[in-house]
Design a protein around this ligand. Structure first.
Ligand SMILES: [Ca+2]
Length: 356
């Protein structure tokens, strides 16, 4: 269908249209691209779930591999997951990343590490594991995991409920189904909400999450946002506040995969409601609250990748939803904004796109 005709039809039918935007594919032929992290105005570091770090040069679209000694457990939903640059990356050359890691006794968990990217961009050195979520289990699912820095150099990390251990999301004695707040060495931040509870794990910032694969810290508003997968229905976009309980698996807007009821219902005193939720599930991964620099019409919109319903999801500040680029038929895994206001997203088919 011609673009003009589509536009007219869309207006007549009352859709919110984005006729002015399209996508350009920058690279393909990779494994699942889990995360994107700009390291300069013209280079994006990215992770593949199979365990590789690569760099896309936006000037010539060439991709180079970064050597590392990282070993990831590449099974089920696991592998190399999120990556972010250190707040002072220009000087420190440090990156932080999460991955599924083997633990003793044939168990596994989600780990956090940092490493130094050499100036020639060819290697990661001084690779140091600084955190491992407890307890380890033999699950191959719900590893989380996303990272986001606040304005003061603290690092938020999401952790999934491991699927078979979903009741753990309500226990303050595990890291499962939590948002954690860590310092740059992977330790609990002074001021974390459960520090004065002796039985509680001190890294916990919020709890009652299922499998959070989206996290964004809005520095302008000093607010933390998270997205998580529900079961059948009930995917959520949440505003995260210290010490709060986001309900899983006691309350949810979804049902179990076999159609049976989960927990006690949709709401309960003392448990937070999502800012926005999806029934049926879209399977959200990656989260961005957009600054509006390059696309002013999207200022303060949330962008979420959608895996199962294959599109880029947008929720504006009035909680109106729009589904973009469904025509690509891509499972969208991550979405980021560059310092220039460009929006990039990556896919499970191993591609990176830029919105234009
Ligand atoms: Ca919830």
């Amino acid at each position: 269908m011609k673009k003009g005709l589509f536009f007219v039809l869309a207006v007549v039918l009352g859709f919110e249209v984005s006729a002015a935007i399209s996508t350009e594919r920058l690279t393909d032929g990779h494994d699942v691209i889990w995360a994107l992290a700009p390291i300069s105005k013209t280079e994006i570091l990215f992770t593949t779930r199979g365990g590789k770090f690569k760099i896309l040069d936006l000037k010539n679209r060439k991709v180079s591999e970064v050597k590392s000694e990282l070993k990831v457990l590449n099974q089920g939903q696991g592998g190399l997951l999120d990556v972010v640059t250190h707040p002072d990356f220009v000087n420190s050359r440090k990156i932080y990343f999460t991955y599924s890691c083997e633990r003793p006794g044939n168990l596994n968990s989600t780990c956090l590490a940092f490493a130094t990217l050499t100036k020639d961009l060819r290697s990661l050195v001084n690779l140091t594991e600084i955190f491992s979520a407890k307890p380890a289990s033999n699950s191959k699912q719900h590893f989380g995991s996303r990272l986001a820095w606040d304005s003061t150099g603290h690092l938020f990390m999401t952790m999934g409920d491991r699927y078979i251990l979903r009741d753990s999301a309500q226990s303050l004695q595990t890291h499962l189904g939590k948002v954690l707040r860590l310092d740059q060495n992977g330790k609990a931040v002074k001021g974390n909400p459960f520090l004065d509870q002796p039985e509680a794990l001190s890294e916990i910032y919020s709890y009652g999450h299922r499998n959070p694969q989206g996290l964004f810290f809005d520095k302008a508003q000093n607010a933390l946002w998270e997205s998580e997968h529900g079961a059948r229905g009930g995917d959520e976009l949440n505003k995260i506040e210290a010490g709060k309980n986001y309900g899983w698996p006691v309350i949810t807007h979804g049902v179990d995969y076999d159609g049976s009821k989960i927990g006690e219902g949709k709401e309960k005193p003392g448990m937070e409601q999502p800012y926005y939720f999806y029934v049926p599930s879209i399977a959200p991964s990656g989260l961005l609250k957009y600054s509006g620099k390059k696309f002013p019409q999207y200022k303060d919109s949330f962008f979420l990748g959608a895996l199962v319903l294959t599109h880029l999801n947008r929720v504006d500040s009035n909680r109106n939803e729009e589904r973009l680029f469904a025509n690509l038929n891509e499972r969208i895994r991550s979405v980021i904004e560059s310092s220039d206001g460009d929006i990039f997203f990556s896919t499970d088919s191993g591609r990176i796109y830029r919105i234009k």
